[in-house]
Design a protein around this ligand. Structure first.
Ligand code: SN0
Length: 313
């Protein structure tokens, strides 16, 4: 594996899920593996789980970790053939090469603009780092994908499924802010290699980009989608069609105990952070059916498997 930015980068996804499961059982099995090596993590947007779980994963493999909050004060220029006489002091061409001198692997977090659809969906910032870095790049959530989250989610489903081919429902949920489509896109992408029956439910106008949505049925009626489900995966995303916008929605899409009662005693999943009683009612989030903390725990082992695989040659 040369980089980890999307499912297509992974030669054998089920072996990677197995590796994450192995590190969960044996977190220090390779604690000398990356001795003398350095992981540099760059955050252009805030992070709790991704930062701490990836740092922990790297430390458990013996890496030294350097994390940089690049959100404020460090303005990079990503465009070519530009006269750099504005506020951006450094160009991606130098920055990526310079970081590569200090790092054996580079992690990047970058959210979408939610205003320029074409640029966001070209995964522009992440791809500029891929282009100019000389060491492997790990996505710590990009404009359009969150593959470390999805890998952890695959592990969580694998651990908690009680039958082959469980019914998994990815459901849109309300949110006061316009959020990226990244988590939902990636979840659908990774469910394609799991032996699951995935249904996506959302209000009309919230269709995901065709590349992510096309393989799966869409059910506009949330309650109907919930019938017989074994896993409910909730996430808000802003509109792709009406790019980055929050649309008016008639029904109440919050996940409640009443809706969960329509399922096959489904487990509840969410990547966190979650807005209580907007996305999901307390009664569901605080119930034994909720897997959200286990999902967060599994982030460490997903990251550990990825870092191990990237440098294992
Ligand atoms: C991000 C998102 O992509 O939806 C990160 C999820 C892992 N979510 C948020 O930023 C939520 C922010 C909020 O105000 O609730």
């Amino acid at each position: 594996m040369k980089q980890f930015t999307q499912l297509a980068d992974v030669p054998n996804p089920s072996a990677l899920i197995d590796k994450a499961q192995y590190f969960k059982a044996n977190p220090l099995a390779a604690n000398d593996f990356a001795k003398g090596k350095t992981a540099v993590l760059l955050f252009f947007n805030p992070s709790l789980r991704t930062r701490l779980s990836t740092e922990k994963a790297a430390l458990q493999l013996g890496f030294s970790v350097m994390t940089m909050n690049a959100a404020q004060g460090w303005k990079l220029e990503f465009e070519d053939q530009i006269v750099m006489n504005s506020d951006k002091a450094e160009h991606i061409r130098e920055a990526a090469q310079v970081i590569s001198q200090y790092a054996d692997v580079i992690g990047i977090r970058t959210f979408p603009s939610l205003t320029d659809k074409d640029k966001d969906y070209s995964d522009y910032i992440l791809q500029r780092f891929v282009e100019f870095s000389s060491v492997p790049i790990v996505s710590l959530e990009s404009a359009i994908r969150h593959p470390l989250q999805s890998l952890a989610d695959c592990l969580t489903i694998k651990e908690h499924q009680t039958k082959s081919k469980p019914k998994v429902v990815l459901t849109w949920a309300p949110h006061p802010k316009a959020l990226p489509q990244a988590v939902a896109n990636s979840f659908a992408e990774w469910m394609s290699i799991m032996d699951v029956d995935l249904t996506i439910t959302h209000p009309e106008g919230y269709e995901l980009a065709p590349t992510f949505q096309q393989h799966f049925p869409v059910e506009y009626h949330q309650q109907k989608a919930f019938e017989g489900a074994d896993f409910i995966y909730a996430k808000n995303w802003s509109s792709f069609q009406n790019y980055g916008k929050i649309l008016e929605v008639k029904n109440n899409w919050t996940i409640t105990a009443e809706k969960m009662a329509l399922t096959n005693q489904a487990k509840f999943m969410h990547c966190l952070p979650v807005r209580r009683n907007v996305v999901v009612a307390d009664e569901v989030l605080d119930s034994p059916q909720s897997l959200v903390i286990e999902q967060a725990n599994n982030r460490t082992f997903a990251a550990q498997a990825v870092l191990h695989e990237l440098l294992n040659h």
